[in-house]
Ligand binder design. Structure first.
Ligand code: ADP
Length: 361
């Protein structure tokens, strides 16, 4: 049974085809630089057309006819407060994703474009939306309400939403499987470290707190994002350097984090290489990166009254063993011997395919 997973980002469309009964990826690829100079296509609509053609022309002939597809699962970044699980996409769901675009102006419009294109290119195939925010909808109000006038929550829905939910949920489940215990009996801290980085306190299988907030800017130090800062820095910079709101947002999202501190790169491989060559700012960036994770582990351990496991995942979490060793050594006395430090590869696409199949079944 074939399920297609589509993940549309601002300038790319990734796809992966799963034989879901075998839990196996059978084809995957990416259409990149959408809309950029010299690109193969001008928008996401064309990109989905290219994906359909590639799948049908693949020489392995896994997909001979689009009707062999049993469903299409779309990664959608923001589901607002409306969605706490995957849903079939109908007109009402489309409208809700559209209205959540206000909260995720960079992320939701490409997903919507991908969904609309799939309706045309894969006409008649059931489509499902899987939201990055859905897993975090179990957070209690004391985790998600900010200390600002409550009216801003009521009027504009300003609150913590959290992201990377599919990944946190997937690796928490995998960790439980490895530990041979049901999730409902575990306290797990999941640490997703990719280009974007976030952590979640998973208590009895439910997200009770997470480090990304109203947007993916809050929390840990990331490749180019600042993570937590004193909000007064924003107004200070605007006044001091006469910067516009847009410019400050650009600095915090694109010029901060590992890149901003090191002045070298947003890529962890370059930071590690820089450290090995004695670059002091690369070492400072790495130290701050680790320190922030440590602080959140401490906070989430306190929130859950302990932690059975700290689970590292994402490009950095999976490939930098020194990070795991350092965290487990430095936190051993604070956490005690019971807490396991684990590396678990994430597979958001597989989970999206499973959720899609779950609904279709
Ligand atoms: P995304 O969030 O875009 O899915 P990834 O999960 O692929 O990103 O993570 C990208 C990050 O992982 C980059 O900082 C990259 O340097 C880091 N990374 C990937 N492979 C390695 C490696 N072998 N060693 C160190 N860092 C790595």
């Amino acid at each position: 049974m074939l399920i297609l997973v589509i993940n549309c980002g601002s300038s790319s469309a990734k796809y992966q085809l799963f034989d879901i009964k075998k839990n196996k990826s059978v084809a995957k690829g990416i259409v990149e630089k959408i809309g950029e100079k010299g690109a193969v296509c001008k928008d996401h609509y064309q990109a989905i057309g290219i994906i359909r053609d590639r799948l049908l022309r693949d020489r392995k002939k896994i997909l001979k006819d689009i009707n062999e597809l049993k469903g299409i699962g779309h990664r959608v970044v923001h589901g607002g407060e409306e969605f706490n699980k995957a849903v079939f996409i109908d007109k009402k769901v489309l409208r809700s994703i559209e209205s959540a675009s206000e909260l995720a102006p960079l992320h939701n419009p490409p997903s919507l474009a991908g969904i609309k294109a799939c309706k045309r290119y894969f006409s008649g195939i059931p489509q499902v939306a899987v939201f990055d925010t859905a897993f975090h909808q179990t957070m209690p109000a004391h985790s998600y309400i900010y200390g600002i006038p409550f009216d801003f929550y009521k009027k504009y829905k300003i609150r913590r939403y959290g992201f990377h939910g599919t990944s946190h949920w997937f690796v928490a489940g995998e960790a439980a499987r490895i530990l041979k215990k049901p999730l409902r009996k575990l306290k797990i801290i999941t640490v997703h470290l990719g280009n974007g980085c976030s952590m979640t306190a998973v208590l009895k299988g439910k997200s009770v707190d997470t480090s990304m907030g109203f947007t993916p800017l809050e929390g840990l130090i990331m490749g180019t994002r600042s993570g937590d800062i004193d909000p007064a820095i924003v107004t200070f910079l605007m006044e001091k350097n006469k910067l516009s709101a847009e410019k400050v947002a650009e600095i915090l999202n694109k010029k901060s984090g590992l890149l901003g501190i090191s002045g070298l790169s947003n890529d962890m491989r370059d930071i590690i290489c820089g450290m090995k060559k004695g670059n002091k700012r690369a070492k400072l960036a790495f130290d701050i990166f680790v320190y922030k994770i440590k602080k959140y582990i401490g906070a989430y351990q306190a929130v859950m009254g302990g932690a059975d496991a700290v689970v590292l995942t994402g490009g950095i979490g999976e490939n930098v063993p020194v990070l795991k060793n350092r965290l487990s050594n430095e936190l051993r006395s604070a956490l005690g011997a019971k807490t396991k430090f684990m590396i678990v590869p994430t597979n958001e696409e597989l989970l999206i395919a499973r959720d899609t199949y779950g609904l279709i079944k």
